[in-house]
Ligand binder design. Structure first.
Ligand SMILES: O=C[C@H](O)[C@H](O)[C@H](O)COP(=O)(O)O
Length: 236
């Protein structure tokens, strides 16, 4: 994990902690992916181990979430074994004033959308740098694509006005491969004026599994900020 004295890490840690503090005993918890949610998983595990809460089971949204849940002692289950998710905690790459999101910076948005959409309460944890007036202003839109369709899907995304780029691995030669064995295309759109429409349009391209627009899914946004050198949590 990154150095916790770094202001961004402090914001992520505090907001992760604040979200974990909202989980009640006897809950089925969707466990998101990414560096901010990692703190929430850590603190949730600590609350469970310290007996502050009991009878929690997690549904991981990625291999990363599964590994962290095991590390911090959170029992896991799957969607086959439950008929509801009480609360999900997950990060985001961008958040607009209507609580719409871009997710998928860690290539986990497909499973995240399944789990986060099923949750009765979906809490998003972000540091203040993730807030934008319009989605797409700072972050490329991730799209998960089945490998045999990569060329036609990239052409279709370009026809929609986007600039698609195949996401390449770091410390791995070749492209990023998702937990489902697919590829990720990151698309730059000049403006995303209608996220709901774009989400559906992209998902209608044959070969696209899911894109990172989360429209009308988030219930609460918890924002970690630093004010007067102190971390503060704001709710939207
Ligand atoms: O695929 C990854 C997820 O959507 C993450 O939740 C998102 O990228 C935010 O991650 P982080 O908290 O590391 O900025």
């Amino acid at each position: 994990m990154a150095e916790r004295s770094d202001p961004v890490q402090i914001m992520k840690q505090e907001v992760g902690k604040a979200a974990a503090a909202r989980v009640k005993s006897n809950s089925i918890v969707g466990l998101g992916t990414g560096s901010t949610t990692a703190y929430a998983i850590e603190y949730l595990g600590k609350r469970l181990q310290q007996g502050e809460i009991k009878n929690i089971v997690g549904i991981p949204t990625s291999f990363q979430a599964e590994v962290l849940a095991k590390k911090y002692g959170i029992p896991l289950t799957s969607l086959d074994a439950v008929d509801k998710i009480d609360i999900a905690i997950d990060g985001a790459d961008e958040v607009d004033p209507q609580k719409n999101l871009i997710k998928g910076g860690g290539a986990a948005h497909t499973r995240e959308k399944v789990v986060d959409s099923l949750a009765e309460e979906f809490i998003v944890v972000v540091d203040g740098n993730k807030l934008v007036d319009k989605l797409g202003s700072t972050f490329l839109l991730p799209v998960e694509v089945i490998p045999m369709a990569i060329a036609p899907v990239m052409r279709s995304l370009a026809k929609l006005g986007g600039k698609p780029e195949l996401r390449m691995g770091i410390k791995k030669a070749g492209p990023v491969v998702t937990d489902q064995g697919n590829l990720v295309v990151d698309v730059k759109f000049e403006q995303i004026d209608n996220p709901a429409e774009l989400e559906k349009t992209i998902n209608n391209i044959p070969g696209v599994l899911e894109n990172g627009l989360f429209v009308g899914v988030a219930d609460v946004i918890l924002i970690g900020e630093i004010k007067d050198d102190q971390p503060v949590i704001r709710e939207m």
